[in-house]
Design a protein. Structure first.
Length: 146
């Protein structure tokens, strides 16, 4: 059995193509390691506060007398200022309260910009209503439903 003439040429190409090279890049220099700061190096203002929550009271006023519930949310999913529509983000629900509750004392995150309060009547005699509270650093807020 004879060997085809192209096999030695193929082996020669593979050996030449896979050969090493003398062009090597220098290894990068190691950065200088500095010592970690100690607690005595950390300085904060005397009045600095690590707390991110703030106590808030939301007063709930409603003209109707039908049973139902309030739901409070910390984020807005949809807002249309022209039509006056607001929809809360359902994943941000904070609390559900009975309609007889006059107020709610909660701790809010200082980074929240709004609270959304919804009134859900138990019967069809009153409409479902939604109110948007803009949080401005106060401790008391009043929500009025028709």
């Amino acid at each position: 059995m004879t060997r085809p003439d192209w096999i030695p040429a193929l082996l020669l190409c593979l050996l030449v193509g896979c050969g090493g090279s003398d062009n090597t890049a220098p290894a990068p220099e190691k950065p200088e390691i500095t010592a970690d700061p100690t607690t005595q190096d950390l300085v904060a203002d005397r009045h600095f506060d690590f707390r991110v929550d703030a106590p808030v009271t939301v007063h709930l006023n409603r003209a109707g007398n039908q049973p139902g519930s309030y739901q409070l949310y910390s984020a807005v999913a949809y807002r249309d200022d022209v039509e006056g529509l607001v929809a809360p983000d359902p994943q941000s629900r904070i609390a559900t309260l009975p309609g007889s509750a006059p107020s709610l004392h909660i701790a809010i995150n200082k980074t929240w910009q709004h609270l959304v309060v919804e009134w859900h009547p138990q019967s069809g005699l009153e409409p479902q209503q939604t109110r948007l509270l803009t949080l401005v650093g106060e401790t008391d807020y009043v929500v009025q439903f028709d």
